[in-house]
Design a protein around this ligand. Structure first.
Ligand code: HEM
Ligand SMILES: [Cu+2]
Length: 643
C-alpha cells in the first residue's frame, strides 16, 4: 500500500481520536480495559466473545459425545436380529435423544460457537455487538441441554423422535412428561440461537474494519450472516409449534386435535418450515469453513467470489420453499407435490455452483494435502453422494417407496455428517492453532481423517441397501428371516471404526494442548484478518484496528497492515460504520463484564423448567426474570458523561 492510500484512509477516520501510543503502553492499557477478572466471578461474568465461543464449542463437543454414545448403543442393539440388549422403550428414547441432541445441542450451537469466535476477528473488531446477550445465550443453551439429559437419566427422555410428531407426542399418547421436556428444550435452544443470530447480524453489518466493504468481506463471514438470517426466520416457527404442543399438553388447548377443530398436519408444516432450513443453518456455515480453508492450502483466492456469495444467499432463500418434501407421504394435492419436488431439485443448482467453484479453485492452485484440506476433499465426496440421494427422495414416487426406511437414515447422515461434520473437523484442524496457540499433530490428523472417512462411509453406505431392502427406521429390532442381519452386523462394526476416528481427534487435542508445536500468528500463511493478530488472540483482539482495502488483506504485498487509531484505551470501544461500505461513523461503547446475564439465564431457565409442571411458573417465574433484566440494563454512565 502506498503512503497516499494510508493518508486517504486516515482521512476517512477523522473524528476518531488518535491515541498515538507505543506498542507496550497500548498493550498494557488495553489488556487492563478488556480483561476478564480471575476466579469464579470472572468465569461467570466474562463477555469476551472468544471465551464464550470456546465454551460453546467445547460444550457442543460434549453433546456430540453423548449423542454418539446413544448411537453406539443403538448399533449394539441392531447388530444382530431379535436381540434383547435394549428394549423398545429405551430404544425410542435413544434415537430421539440422539437426533435431538445432534441437531439442537451439537450441530447448531457448534456453528454458532464458531461464528461468535471468528466473525469479530475476521472483520477486525474487538467484540461482538451485544456482548452480554452473548453470555446470556450460552447459559440458556447449556441449561436447556442439561435439562433434557438429566430428564433422560431419570427415564424421562424424550421418545417421540427428533421431530416429535403429534398425535404421538400430544396429550393423548405422549408418555408422562417426556414430550414436555423435549418441547421446552426447544425453547431454550431457540432463545439462545435467536440471540446469537441478532449478534452476528449486528456485528457483521456495523462493526467491520474500516474499508471492509461488503464485497471485501471473507466468504465465511457471508456464510455466518446468511446462517443468522435463516435462524431469524426459521426458529420462531418451531418455537411457536413447540409452545403450542406444550399448551395442548398442559393447559388443554386443542391446536393439534382434529376432534375440536385442530389440525395434526399443522404440526408437520410448522416443524418442517423450521426443520428444512435447519439443515442449512448447519450446512451454510460449513461451506463457509470450506471457502476459508481452501485458499490457504491451494495458495490462491477462492474462484468465483460473487458466484459463491450469491449461491449462499440463494440457498438461504430457497431453503424456505422446500419443507413439504418431508410430508410427501401425508397425501397432498398433486400440484403441491410437483411444486415441492421442483423446488427441492432447484436447490441443487446453487449448491452445485459452490462445488464447481471449489473444484475450480483446487484445479487452478497448488494443493497442499494437510489435514484441513483432506477433510474438505472428504466433505466434497460425501456431500455429493448425500446430495444425489437427496435429489432421488425429492421425487415423490421414489420417496413413497423409501419413506421411513434406512435409506432416509443413510441420506440424512450423508448430508449432515458429510456436509457439516467433515468441514467442522477441517475447521478444528485449521483454527485450533489460532484458538490455542498450538498446532495439532499432523500425523494423528491423517489417522483421524482416514478413520472417520472410511468408518463413516462403511457405516452409512450399506444403510442405503438396507433401506431399499425394506428395513424401517426407528425399530428396535428385526426378525431373523428378514435377512438383514449380516449387513447390520457390518454396519455396527464399522461404526466402531468411526468412533476410533473421533477417539484420535480427542487424543490429538489433549496431546497438542500441552505439547503441540507453537503456532505463531499465521501458521498457514492465510489471508484473512484473524491471522493478523497473535495466537491465541489477546483479550482485545487487535492492538490497532486494521484498515482493509482488499479481499485478501494479508496477501497484499504490504510490509505492515494499515491500521486505524483513535479508539479509547481506558474504556471498551469498537468502531461502528456504515452497512455497505464500512466507513467509520462512531466510537461505540462495548459492554463490560457482568454477572447479570448469568443470573438472568438462571431465572429464565428455572421459569422454563417449572412451567413443565405448572402454568403458574410463567406468571411467578417472570418476576425473577424481570429483576435480573433490570439489573442487566441498569443505566450506566455513558462515556460522554464522564468526559
Ligand atoms: C457419528 C456417528 C453417528 C452414528 C453411528 C449415527 C447413528 C444413527 C442411527 C443408527 C440412527 C437411526 C435410529 C433409528 O432410526 O432406529 C440415527 C438417526 C439420526 N441421526 Fe445419527 N448417527 C451419527 C451421527 C449423527 C450426526 C452427526 C447427526 C446430525 C448432525 C445425526 C442425526 C441424526 C438424526 C436427526 C436422526 C433421526 C432421529 C430420529 O429418527 O428421530 N446423526 N443415527
Ligand atoms: Cu428438507
Amino acid at each position: 500500500m502506498s503512503a497516499a492510500e494510508v493518508e486517504l484512509n486516515a482521512e476517512e477516520l477523522k473524528g476518531i481520536r488518535d491515541t498515538g501510543l507505543d506498542d507496550a503502553t497500548l498493550h498494557a492499557s488495553l489488556s487492563e480495559t478488556w480483561k476478564t477478572p480471575d476466579g469464579l466471578y470472572g468465569w461467570l461474568a466474562t463477555v469476551d466473545h472468544k471465551r464464550i465461543a470456546q465454551r460453546y464449542v467445547v460444550t457442543a463437543f460434549l453433546f456430540l459425545i453423548l449423542a454418539g454414545i446413544s448411537a453406539l448403543v443403538m448399533r449394539l442393539q441392531l447388530a444382530s436380529p431379535e436381540a434383547g440388549r435394549v428394549g423398545p422403550d429405551l430404544y425410542n428414547q435413544l434415537f430421539t435423544m440422539h437426533g435431538t441432541t445432534m441437531m439442537f445441542l451439537f450441530a447448531v450451537p457448534m456453528m454458532e460457537g464458531f461464528a461468535i469466535y471468528l466473525v469479530p476477528l475476521m472483520i477486525g473488531s474487538r467484540n461482538v455487538a451485544f456482548p452480554r446477550l452473548n453470555a446470556f445465550s450460552y447459559w440458556v443453551y447449556v441449561s436447556g441441554g442439561l435439562m433434557i439429559w438429566v430428564a433422560f437419566a431419570f427415564n424421562t427422555g424424550a421418545d417421540a423422535g427428533w421431530f416429535s410428531y403429534v398425535p404421538l407426542a400430544g396429550p393423548e399418547y405422549g408418555t408422562g412428561k417426556r414430550p414436555d421436556f423435549w418441547a421446552q428444550m426447544v425453547t431454550y435452544t431457540e432463545v439462545s440461537a435467536l440471540a446469537v443470530a441478532v449478534e452476528v447480524i449486528a456485528t457483521v453489518f456495523k462493526q467491520r474494519a474500516p474499508g471492509m466493504t461488503l464485497d471485501r468481506m471473507p466468504i465465511y463471514v457471508w456464510s455466518a450472516l446468511v446462517m443468522a438470517f435463516i435462524i431469524l426466520f426459521a426458529m420462531p416457527a418451531v418455537m411457536v409449534s413447540s409452545t403450542m404442543l406444550i399448551l395442548d399438553r398442559l393447559v388443554g388447548t386443542q391446536f393439534f386435535n382434529p376432534a375440536s377443530g385442530g389440525d395434526v398436519l399443522l404440526w408437520q408444516h410448522l416443524f418442517w418450515f423450521f426443520g428444512h432450513p435447519e439443515v442449512y443453518i448447519i450446512f451454510i456455515p460449513a461451506t463457509g469453513f470450506v471457502s476459508a480453508i481452501l485458499p490457504a492450502f491451494v495458495r490462491r483466492p477462492v474462484f468465483g467470489y460473487l458466484g459463491i456469495v450469491l449461491s449462499l444467499i440463494g440457498i438461504g432463500l430457497l431453503s424456505f420453499g422446500l419443507w413439504v418434501h418431508h410430508m410427501f407421504a401425508t397425501g397432498l394435492p398433486q400440484l403441491g407435490e410437483s411444486f415441492f419436488t421442483a423446488s427441492s431439485m432447484m436447490i441443487a443448482i446453487p449448491s452445485g455452483i459452490q462445488i464447481f467453484c471449489w473444484i475450480a479453485t483446487i484445479w487452478g492452485g497448488r494443493p497442499i494435502l494437510a489435514t484441513p484440506l483432506l477433510f474438505v476433499l472428504g466433505f466434497i465426496v460425501t456431500f455429493v453422494i448425500g446430495g444425489l440421494t437427496g435429489v432421488m427422495v425429492a421425487s415423490v414416487p421414489l420417496d413413497l417407496q423409501v419413506h421411513d426406511t434406512y435409506f432416509v437414515v443413510a441420506h440424512l447422515h450423508y448430508v449432515l455428517v458429510g456436509g457439516a461434520v467433515f468441514p467442522l473437523l477441517g475447521a478444528v484442524y485449521y483454527w485450533f492453532p489460532k484458538i490455542t496457540g498450538r498446532m495439532l499433530c499432523e500425523r494423528l490428523g491423517k489417522w483421524n481423517f482416514w478413520l472417520v472417512f472410511i468408518g463413516f462411509n462403511a457405516t452409512f453406505f450399506p444403510m442405503h441397501i438396507l433401506g431399499l431392502q425394506g428395513m424401517p427406521r426407528r425399530v428396535y429390532t428385526y426378525p431373523l428371516e428378514s435377512g438383514w442381519g449380516g449387513t447390520n452386523l457390518f454396519v455396527s462394526l464399522c461404526s466402531l471404526v468411526l468412533t476410533a476416528g473421533f477417539g484420535v481427534l480427542f487424543h490429538n487435542v489433549v496431546l497438542s494442548l500441552r505439547r503441540g508445536r507453537l503456532a505463531g500468528d499465521n501458521p498457514w500463511g492465510a489471508s484473512t484478518l484473524e491471522w493478523a493478530t497473535a495466537s491465541p488472540p489477546p483479550s482485545y483482539n487487535f492492538p490497532r484496528i486494521p484498515v482493509v482495502d482488499h479481499r485478501e488483506p494479508l496477501w497484499k504485498d504490504a510490509e505492515v497492515l494499515p491500521v486505524a487509531e483513535g479508539l479509547r484505551i481506558d474504556a471498551r470501544e469498537v468502531i461502528a460504520g456504515t452497512v455497505a461500505d464500512a466507513v467509520p461513523q462512531i466510537r461505540q461503547p462495548s459492554a463490560d463484564n457482568s454477572i447479570w446475564p448469568f443470573l438472568a439465564a438462571i431465572a429464565v431457565g428455572v421459569a422454563f423448567l417449572a412451567s413443565i409442571y405448572t402454568p403458574w411458573a410463567v406468571v411467578w417465574g417472570s418476576l425473577p426474570v424481570a429483576v435480573t433484566f433490570i439489573g442487566w440494563f441498569w443505566p450506566k454512565a455513558i462515556p460522554e458523561d464522564e468526559e
